[in-house]
Design a protein around this ligand. Structure first.
Ligand SMILES: O=C(O)CCC(=O)C(=O)O
Length: 327
């Protein structure tokens, strides 16, 4: 590589300018003001362009600049302290939020879906109460009930689960969680009813792309992130969400794998604008973008379904956020 007659500090200056996306014309003009002749600058630029290492670094620099821009967008959104709540068409959701990795509450998205009545607790109990399935019981006795869901998994009937969920004293002790795969096994026959979500998702990818959650008032899911985008639809009861952007390092400190080191509701006290809050009720949906930290609490007995059967590829391994493994 020949960088011509330019002094070392000016060569480094050109390298930095290229990494920041400055054009050759801008660099020539800037150095011209400093009295460096155009031919000398052009010769130096040719030297940079010739070297394969330089090309690789410039490519990496472009990726880094894009990531920095994405982080700035996330921080700007986090600055409001709350998840926006907007009525959207599927196209507007995709263009504005899925493509931009931004969370949003879509009120009433599922207001006309038949499952809003046929998947309420009482209806499920009447229709499918005899079905045996796995759920979590005894979560209160565990330090990390979500991390070690297997330690509290029991087998019982759906009617038994629902009775426990309707008992106000259950608190955080009982929960049917996604990992228990009810819609992929014992309640698989219900998954076809999610065809009502066809405008937003891909029915072809059912039942794999759907997860059922049934829990009592007070049940909590601790702060974590997922390698998928989730369109989370509330069927019965109300849930509160706390979210934080993937680019914010604070939740990850002291955490492991998918899980954060500290509850987001605690972090919100010190960083009120960085942790976003939202509430959803029957028929509302919240979009949980891939990588975003989220923590959830049921404010009343709840039935929800998380949809990951989106229309384009929806698994993003290798985010720089700690060890992803299959859940
Ligand atoms: O509703 C919940 O308790 C947790 C939902 C969740 O974390 C998810 O769908 O990723």
């Amino acid at each position: 590589m020949s960088l011509g007659q330019l002094s070392w500090p000016w060569q480094v200056w050109i390298g930095r300018a290229l990494l920041r996306g400055r054009t050759e014309g801008e660099i020539v003009a800037a150095l011209g003001v400093q009295g460096v002749p155009e031919s000398v600058v052009r010769q130096a630029l040719e030297g940079f362009g010739d070297h394969p290492l330089c090309e690789a670094i410039l490519e990496e620099g472009t990726v880094a600049a894009t990531q920095t821009a994405a982080m700035q967008v996330q921080f700007q959104q986090a600055g409001t302290g709350r998840v926006p709540r907007v009525e959207l068409t599927p196209e507007q959701w995709w263009d504005g939020f899925v493509a931009g990795n931004r969370p949003v509450v879509i009120p009433g998205l599922a207001r006309d879906w038949p499952i809003l009545s046929s998947w309420r607790m009482q209806a499920l109990k009447d229709r499918e109460g005899h079905v045996a399935l796995d759920f979590s019981l005894g979560r209160e006795a565990l330090d990390h009930p979500d991390v070690s869901a297997a330690a509290s998994t029991v087998r019982g009937t759906l009617a038994d689960l629902i009775d426990r969920c309707q008992d106000p004293s259950s608190g955080n002790d009982v929960y049917l969680v996604s990992r228990q795969r009810a819609l992929h096994g014992p309640l698989r026959h219900l998954a076809a009813e999610l065809v009502c979500a066809a405008a937003w998702t891909m029915p072809e990818d059912l039942p794999e792309g759907a997860n059922l959650w049934i829990g009592p008032a007070g049940v909590r899911t601790s702060a974590h992130h997922d390698p998928t985008n989730t369109l989370f639809v509330q069927i019965e009861g109300r849930k509160r969400f706390w979210l934080a952007p993937p680019s914010w390092p604070e939740p990850g400190r002291g955490g492991s794998g998918y899980y954060a080191g500290r509850p987001l509701r605690e972090l919100k006290k010190a960083h009120p604008s960085m942790v976003l809050t939202a509430e959803v009720g029957p028929g509302d949906a919240i979009f949980l973008p891939c990588g975003w930290w989220h923590e959830v609490q049921s404010l009343s007995p709840t039935v929800s379904v998380g949809l990951t059967n989106l229309r384009l590829r929806n698994r993003f391994e290798g985010l720089p956020l700690g060890g992803f493994q299959d859940r």
